[in-house]
Design a protein around this ligand. Structure first.
Ligand SMILES: Cc1cc2nc3c(=O)[nH]c(=O)nc-3n(C[C@H](O)[C@H](O)[C@H](O)COP(=O)(O)OP(=O)(O)OC[C@H]3O[C@@H](n4cnc5c(N)ncnc54)[C@H](O)[C@@H]3O)c2cc1C
Length: 411
């Protein structure tokens, strides 16, 4: 039986593993390695920080969910991919180094949150990007009695997309931030949370971005609406702020600018996964992201696919794109293994719902202008909040199987 090995078990890895099994059944033996026993639903982590969910409510138990669909689960940390020998080295939970071979590989271990680039992170940094960060922020917010809050994104260590994969030029370009959707979402959620606690009038909020302004991956008109929302709310905004250091009461940029912050809520700098350093170099571009063609096959090693945040093609780094890339990759694999299957075309789009659960509305963004298209929707409505709730439930009910996301889910 053909051995398919999947590295990573969140949007991209889960979609790849479930789709491969669905399309190929017994023709393929699927093993998935992930470094945590659960898959956390990342789009719900902002909600954890304001107490709407607990982190454990949003975790899929991989050791149960995957075998139930005929997929083997290995708990381990991938250290290296040897693409010339079709071999992956990982560390088991007891620290022992193990090797596993494959016929086909899916690299879906995402990007790394490079908090080590930020001096003072351990003492003063807060984030919503992982369950433990979101839980810690919730504890901090519960004790907060007013002061200064800064919300913004770190630098994206993306490299320069060299060498470029084989796909249309407009599909990927260099971005200021890896993903500012959560920043926009927190700019809605935090004031709502503080109003509920009766301390919004004692709080000053500053929104910052490493880019020329926030959300440079969506249309100028939509950005204009966002900026007027910030102005109406009385927020300060600081652009071109490349975060370097967090201190007691303030944060500092690379060029020495400061923003007052008793709490700094940050999307940490994104960079390539640590395992890239020990892996076959020509799998990756100069930023450490995998170089592929339009079906997500490595340009140099065609039996290696890469999907989601680890692939060069996905800019900005979005779950919506992670699922699309995995589906395309496994449709391509099905054809190679003798099961005729229609392969979808990658149609990049910034799709995201910035939710405000405490006030019962959300702003849904559908935007293709970053890729040269003309779609530019930024729509606030109560229905969009309900869509986000349904999306969360859908992910949990299906154990992260996004097969019907275009009908049932909402990003
Ligand atoms: C707070 C937040 C909210 C977001 N909300 C949205 C949203 O509403 N809509 C949207 O479209 N996108 C959203 N995104 C972006 C989205 O979450 C990511 O694009 C998506 O998670 C990428 O999926 P992935 O599977 O490629 O990578 P990841 O989600 O990073 O998953 C990688 C997996 O691999 C594992 N892993 C990493 N390294 C190793 C290793 N060495 N060995 C073994 N396992 C490893 C990780 O534990 C993880 O399970 C959000 C991001 C954040 C931070």
């Amino acid at each position: 039986m053909t051995k398919l090995l999947v590295l990573g078990g969140r949007f991209a890895g889960l979609t790849a593993a479930y789709t491969a099994k669905r399309l190929l059944g017994d023709k393929v033996d699927v093993t998935l390695i992930n470094n945590t026993p659960y898959a956390a639903f990342r789009p719900g982590m902002p909600h954890v920080s304001i107490g709407v969910f607990k982190a454990e409510d949003l975790e899929v138990d991989l050791a149960t969910a995957l075998p139930a669909k005929g997929i083997k689960f290995v708990l381990g940390t991938v250290n290296a991919i040897d693409a010339k020998k079709n071999k992956v080295e990982y560390s088991a939970p007891d620290g022992k180094k193990e090797n596993i071979t494959y016929d086909y590989l899916v690299v879906a271990f995402g990007a790394k949150l490079g908090v080590e680039h930020l001096n003072g992170w351990d003492d003063y940094g807060s984030s919503v990007c992982e369950p433990d960060f979101a839980t810690a922020l919730h504890e901090k917010l519960e004790k907060f009695e007013g002061g200064n809050i800064a919300i913004g994104s770190g630098v994206f260590y993306q490299g320069t997309l060299k060498p470029r994969g084989k796909y249309p030029e407009n599909w990927a370009s260099v971005a200021d931030s890896a993903c500012e959707g959560p920043i926009f979402e927190m700019s809605l959620m935090i004031p709502a949370y503080l109003k509920k606690r009766g301390i919004m009038d004692k709080t000053h909020i500053t929104i910052f971005s490493p880019g020329e302004e926030i959300l440079t991956d969506i249309a100028k008109e939509s950005r204009g609406v966002v900026k007027s929302l910030f102005a109406q709310a009385g927020f300060d905004t600081v652009w071109n702020f490349k975060l370097k250091e967090l201190k007691k009461g303030e944060i500092v940029s690379e060029d020495g600018k400061t923003i007052k912050a008793d709490i700094a809520i940050v999307l940490p700098p994104y960079e390539a996964n640590d395992a890239v350093k020990n892996s076959t170099p020509d799998l990756f571009d100069d930023g450490g992201f995998v170089v592929t063609d339009e079906h997500m096959r490595s340009v140099k090693y065609p039996n290696v696919y890469s999907c989601g945040d680890s692939n060069q093609i996905t800019v900005p780094k979005l779950g919506f794109l992670a699922v699309m890339t995995s589906r395309i990759a496994m449709q391509d694999l099905a054809n190679r293994l003798g099961v005729p299957t229609k392969v979808d075309t990658y149609t990049p789009e910034v799709v995201c719902i910035a939710d405000n659960p405490l006030e019962g509305f959300a702003i849904a963004v559908n935007d293709t202008t970053f890729y040269g298209g003309d779609e530019k929707i930024a729509q606030p409505s109560a229905t969009n909040h309900i869509k986000k709730e349904l999306f969360t439930k859908y992910f949990m009910w299906t154990n992260g199987d996004m097969a019907l996301d275009k009908y049932l889910a909402s990003w």
